[in-house]
Design a protein around this ligand. Structure first.
Ligand code: ATP
Ligand code: LTN
Length: 335
C-alpha cells in the first residue's frame, strides 16, 4: 500500500528558526520521513506578505533550507524544496481565493493578530489571503497529514473546507482532505519573557526567543533570565506557573524524560539548578544543528542543487493535481 503523504512548510522570515519552530514542527518532520511520503518546503511566497528586501528573502530562504537539512531532513527520503520553485502554488491559490468568502478569510485569527500591528487598513492583501495560499500548498500534494504547531489548526480547518467545497462543486475526487498532526506536549512553546504568549519570530523580544543558530553563551544567558514564577517549587501548573511549566515542557521534550519524572528529580532544587539543566539541554541540541547548517551554507551551489532535486520531485506531483483541478473547474486544455 502507498504510504500516507505528509507535508509542511516554514517561513523564511528570520535569520534562524527558534525553539518553538523546532519542537512544535521541524523535529516531528524528521521521523515522519521514515513512515510517510514526505514533502517539506520553505514557503518564500508566504514570506513576502511581510515585505522583506530582496537580499533578506534570498539569504533567509537559504538559511531556512540549510536548517531543515541540518535538523535531519534527508533529500533522499523526502522532497525538500522552495515553494516558489513550483509555480502551481500561486495558480491554485488564485482558484481557491475565488472560492473563499471575505467573511470566512476575515475570521482567521492569525490575520487579525498580524494585521493589528500594521494599523487599520495597512496590512497587505497578501497577508489576508495567506491562509488560502497555505491551503493551496497542502491540497496540491494530496496531503493526508500536516505536522504543525497549534497556531496552524484554524488554517488546516479552512483547507479542509475549501477542499470539500471544490470537490462538491467540481469533482468529488479532486482533493484529499488533510488532517493536522499536532503533538500536544509541544504544540505551543511560549516566550521566555512572556510565558503566556507563543514564542514567535515576529512578536517575541530577543530575550524571549531561543534561536537555533544562536551562540551557546547567549542561549545560556536567556534561559537563566527566563521569567519564572513566585514560589520555588518546580512543578507543572499552567495557571499559576506558566514560566516554570514552559521550561519543564522544553526540558521534557529535549531529554525524553516525562514531566512527572522531572518534577520528582527537582524536588527541593532551586530554579537556578533547574534552569542550568534546561540551558545545557538546549545548547546540546542546537550546537550540532548549527554546525551542520554553517557547513551547508558555506557551499551555496550544493545547497541550491539539493533544493532543485526536491523541487523536481514536488513539481511532478503538483502538476498532476493541477491538471485535474483545471479541467474540473472548466479551463480549456492548452493542447
Ligand atoms: P511568526 O511568529 O512570524 O508567525 P513563527 O515563529 O510562528 O512565525 P512559522 O514559520 O510561521 O514561524 O512557523 C513554522 C512552524 O512552527 C509552524 O508549524 C508553527 O505552528 C510552528 N511554531 C511556531 N511557533 C511555535 C511555538 N511557539 N510553539 C510550537 N510551534 C510553533
Ligand atoms: N502558515 C504556516 C506555514 C505554512 C505551512 C504551509 C504549514 C505555509 N504553507 C503548508 C503547513 C503546510 C506557518 O507556520 N505559519
Amino acid at each position: 500500500m502507498a504510504r500516507p503523504r505528509v507535508l509542511s512548510g516554514i517561513q523564511p522570515t528570520s535569520d534562524s528558526f527558534h525553539l518553538g519552530n523546532y519542537l512544535g514542527a521541524v523535529r516531528q518532520w524528521v521521523p515522519l520521513q521514515e513512515t510517510h511520503d514526505a514533502f517539506y518546503m520553505v514557503v518564500d511566497l508566504h514570506a513576502i506578505t511581510v515585505t522583506p528586501t530582496a537580499a533578506e528573502l534570498r539569504a533567509r530562504t537559504r538559511v531556512a533550507a540549510a536548517q531543515l537539512f541540518a535538523c535531519g531532513l534527508d533529500p533522499e527520503r523526502s522532497s525538500v524544496f522552495v515553494q516558489s520553485h513550483v509555480r502551481e502554488h500561486a495558480e491554485l491559490a488564485w482558484m481557491l481565493i475565488c472560492m473563499t468568502g471575505m467573511g470566512e478569510a476575515g475570521r482567521m485569527t492569525q490575520f487579525k493578530d498580524k494585521s493589528a500591528k500594521y494599523g487599520e487598513g495597512s496590512a497587505s492583501v497578501g497577508l489576508f489571503t495567506y491562509p488560502i495560499l497555505q491551503a493551496a500548498d497542502i491540497l496540491l500534494y494530496q496531503t493526508d497529514q500536516v505536522p504543525v504547531g497549534a497556531d496552524q489548526k484554524q488554517h488546516i480547518e479552512l483547507t479542509r473546507d475549501l477542499a470539500q467545497r471544490f470537490n462538491t462543486r467540481y469533482g468529488a475526487k479532486t482533493f484529499t482532505l488533510p488532517n493536522p498532526y499536532i503533538v500536544k506536549e509541544v504544540e505551543k512553546i511560549t516566550d521566555l519573557q512572556d510565558p503566556t504568549a507563543k514564542m514567535s519570530k515576529s512578536s517575541s523580544s530577543p530575550q524571549g526567543i531561543l534561536d537555533v543558530l544562536e551562540e551557546p553563551g547567549t542561549l545560556r544567558k536567556k534561559v537563566m533570565r527566563a521569567v519564572t514564577d513566585t514560589g520555588s517549587e518546580i512543578v507543572a501548573d499552567d495557571e499559576n506557573k506558566p514560566g516554570v511549566t514552559n521550561l519543564l515542557r522544553i526540558l521534557s521534550a529535549l531529554t525524553g524524560t516525562t514531566i512527572a519524572d522531572l518534577e520528582a528529580r527537582y524536588v527541593g532544587a532551586g530554579y537556578g539548578t533547574f534552569k542550568k539543566d534546561v540551558a545545557e539541554a538546549v545548547i546540546e541540541t542546537f550546537a550540532p544543528i548549527r554546525e551542520r547548517a554553517e557547513k551547508l551554507l558555506a557551499n551555496e551551489a550544493e545547497l541550491d542543487r539539493m533544493l532543485a532535486v526536491g523541487a523536481a520531485k514536488a513539481r511532478a506531483v503538483a502538476q498532476e493535481t493541477m491538471e485535474k483541478a483545471r479541467d474540473a473547474m472548466g479551463f480549456l486544455p492548452t493542447h
